[in-house]
Design a binder for this molecule. Structure first.
Ligand code: ATP
Ligand code: MG
Length: 538
């Protein structure tokens, strides 16, 4: 159980919420929503005990599991095996070590005391379900799309996305009373998503989840908390909606319509009063009346309903790509292997100017590896590729690992902008502004950005880079629905070539790929709508 009493949460000089009160009971399934940068993650960290609230207090009963949004933060790098990390959720890893020590002790000296110690520990271990733990851990991991052999590797060698799935497995395996999950479906394909959502539906504890995929949990949700913080400098409020996610969406839309109507009426009234002031103000005889009307306007202004209660939608327009040759890339016989057998072999294709290719494949099929090879971030074991005439390539990395956490947004943009354009700071700000990154935010260190803000910065960098070939690895992760749509629209009108990975069927449909590459087989086919069914599966 979680009881939140009148808390105020602040970060970087901004107030996320003031005086928020709510309770989460066992079996409650609460969704937390709000635009990118509203402060959901910050609020979660406070609920989870990572940060203290500025005011108020939080009461927690029972154990809880917390999944952070940043895949790189997930798990530790102390060389432990992935499977042991999952087992550590119930301390099974330590139990096993202890049991082994006692067994050796008993073998060396079969005294009655040693036998008793071992038997007791073994019994406890059995009661705790220790013997089935390994297979239980592996079945959770498999549900989340981790291949069995990956679990026997050290955590540090896994990709960020895999590490995050290991961390999520550990949390689910631990069986806490309460789960706080920040965007748990990021990096999951639809099989894994479906599995997770089923797990969460059946989960008997309390669940608090931040997700842009809440539709998927729809009827399992018992309550939605909407963190309403329309602008950077505004104080947020938590609005509570009882019922399923669909019910929330309807009520929220009604609220937004009502607020917009109220705001419009108020502003019409203010305009009307202002015309009166303007008309009478000049006449000495009416001056005092004009003055009192002005006071009334001031009063109305101070309590004015903000039309911005509906989240602002960003308007992104990618500039036309510079002219490139007929063929933008030719790929011949690429193979990639890490430690074991090749993950894909003999991948060949070419892509024409303005064409779009979707890469489809299950988790671990090598989609990210292929993009990383083409982006020059890693080498292929065999084969080669060549860019066409005047091709300028931009890469969107799945885990934002090309962002420097200590550099600010303007610095990132300046580094990407072609020097010959000599863009001014105002112009760079203009690009960031299209993505809703404005004001003092542009001088913020990128490491402190919210998940969605990082995605937006990385996309703004691609835009300023004047590229004509984009490699995009799940670019819609972390984006709120409005931003997702806006990015999809802007890319769909863009004339450059795109090679991309996405699990988001709406995004794929909007981008209208011309080709599809299937991994690991390497088969290339023309895209048609029937592939869309696979997008959510693969
Ligand atoms: N150290 C800091 N200095 C200034 N601003 C900060 C700092 N840390 C966080 N912020 C800002 O606080 C706001 C809230 O961030 P938070 O990560 O909680 O958002 P969020 O709602 O989880 O967004 P998303 O949907 O993108 O994950 C963001 O605008 C972020 O840039
Ligand atoms: Mg967040």
């Amino acid at each position: 159980m979680l009881q939140v009493n009148a808390i105020t949460v602040e970060i970087g000089g901004k107030t996320i919420v003031e005086d928020a009160t709510f309770t989460v009971m066992p079996r409650d399934k609460v969704g937390l929503v709000g635009r990118n940068g509203a402060g959901k993650t910050t609020l979660f960290k406070t609920l989870g005990g990572d940060n203290d609230p500025t005011k108020g207090n939080i009461l927690r009963k029972g154990g809880y599991g917390y999944l952070s949004q940043d895949p790189r933060a997930a798990g530790q790098f102390d060389g432990r095996l992935a499977v042991n990390h999952i087992l550590s959720g119930r301390n099974i890893d330590e139990d096993l070590i202890r049991l082994e020590k006692l067994r050796i002790g008993m073998e060396e000296n079969a005294s009655e005391a040693n036998i008793r110690k071992y038997t007791k520990a073994e019994e406890q271990f059995r009661d705790k379900g220790g013997y089935s733990a390994d297979s239980e851990a592996r079945s959770i991991a498999a549900g989340l799309g981790l291949k069995p052999d990956r679990l026997d590797l050290q955590l540090g060698v896994l990709s960020g996305g895999e590490r995050r799935r290991v961390e999520l497995s550990r949390i689910l395996f631990a069986g806490s009373d309460m789960l706080l999950l920040d965007e748990p479906t990021n990096h999951l394909d639809v099989d894994a998503k479906t599995w997770l959502l089923n797990f969460l539906r059946q989960y008997r504890g309390a669940l608090l989840v931040i997700s842009h995929d809440l539709e998927l949990l729809d009827e399992a949700i018992t309550r939605v908390l909407h963190l309403d913080r329309p602008g950077e400098d505004e104080v947020g409020t938590l609005v509570e909606y009882k019922g399923t996610y669909t019910q929330y969406k309807t009520s929220r839309a009604d609220d937004e319509r009502r607020t917009a109507k109220k705001a419009a009426m108020e502003s019409k009234e203010i305009d009307r009063l202002q015309t009166l002031v303007d008309r009478f103000g000049a006449k000495a005889t009416k001056a005092s009346m004009a003055h009192s009307i002005e006071k009334r306007i001031d009063r109305m202004e101070s309590t004015r309903t903000k039309a911005g209660a509906k989240d602002r939608v960003m308007k992104v327009k990618f500039p036309d790509p510079p002219q490139a040759g007929e063929t933008v890339i030719t790929v011949s016989h690429l193979s990639k292997a890490y430690a074991g057998p090749a993950i894909f072999e003999d991948v060949s294709f070419d892509l024409g100017r303005g064409e779009r290719m979707l890469i489809l494949g299950l988790n671990g099929a090598g989609k990210t590896s292929l993009l990383r090879i083409l982006a020059g971030e890693t080498d292929a074991n065999l084969g080669n590729f060549e860019f066409g005439y005047k091709v300028q390539m931009g890469y969107y990395a799945q885990e934002h690992d090309n962002l420097d956490p200590h550099a600010n947004l303007i610095d990132h943009m300046r580094k990407e902008a072609p020097p010959q354009l000599a863009l001014t700071e105002t112009q760079l700000r203009g690009y960031l502004g299209m993505f809703g990154l404005s004001g003092t935010k542009v001088f913020q260190e990128s490491g402190t950005l919210s998940g969605g803000e990082k995605t937006k910065l990385a996309l703004a960098m691609l835009m300023v880079g004047r590229n004509n070939l984009l490699l995009l690895d799940e670019p819609t992760n972390n984006l709120d629905p409005a931003s997702r749509e806006s990015i999809a629209n802007s890319l769909s009108d863009w004339k450059g070539a795109i090679i991309f990975v996405s699990h988001d069927p709406e995004f794929v449909e909007r981008l209208a790929p011309t080709k599809v590459l299937l991994l690991p087989d390497g088969e290339v086919d023309y895209f048609n709508k029937s592939w869309l069914d696979l997008v959510s599966l693969a």
